[in-house]
Write a protein that binds this ligand. Sequence first.
Ligand code: GDP
Length: 196
Amino acid sequence: PVYHEAKFLKSSPNLKDTPPDWGKEIAFAGRSNAGKSSAINTLTRQNSLARTSKTPGRTQMLNFFGINENQRFVDLPGYGYAKVPLDVKNKWHQLMETYLTQRKSLCAIVLVMDVRHPLTEFDWQMVEWCQHTGLALHILLTKADKLTYGAGKNTLLQIQRELKDVTIPITAQLFSALKKTGIDEVHQALDTLFNG
Ligand code: GDP
């Protein structure tokens, strides 16, 4: 697909109010501030596509982007800040679980992590959810420009080791929205996931 043709479709607070569940969807997950919006904007070559997801009120929603008639990206609500009230956390959990288990067109998850803080508790929960539902996973270790090349490679190898017992297909790569590195590799991974 031509990823830069992605267009915002809609924000949905629950699964009832989503675009029709046909074709294929790849959803982006990540801890708040991991660099998810920057990654989506970079790989679609649009400066503010994922900003829509940061509009107050939309941060706890599923944000849908159409690439073409049959392929979509979904920006999942970010997770992270400890200070979020319990009812917001519960609502987040419920929305994520419903979406991940019931969305038929969902074919894979891209999990965005800050290369300096990989595999947080949230990230492990996503890995476990994917394992549970049999979804393929692509890990983007972003902000790679913050580390030397060698340190980035070491983190990548370390993560591959830590995930070696996970039974779903997992791929992982380094990425930088700032330096625009790793874009071809993400596009190839997305092509494979959409076709898989
Ligand atoms: P989100 O909350 O996961 O959507 O994260 P954002 O995309 O908004 O990024 C959070 C912060 O990290 C912002 O200040 C970005 O400018 C910064 N950031 C995102 N990607 C990169 C990157 O590849 N390199 C660097 N150095 N900073 C980045």
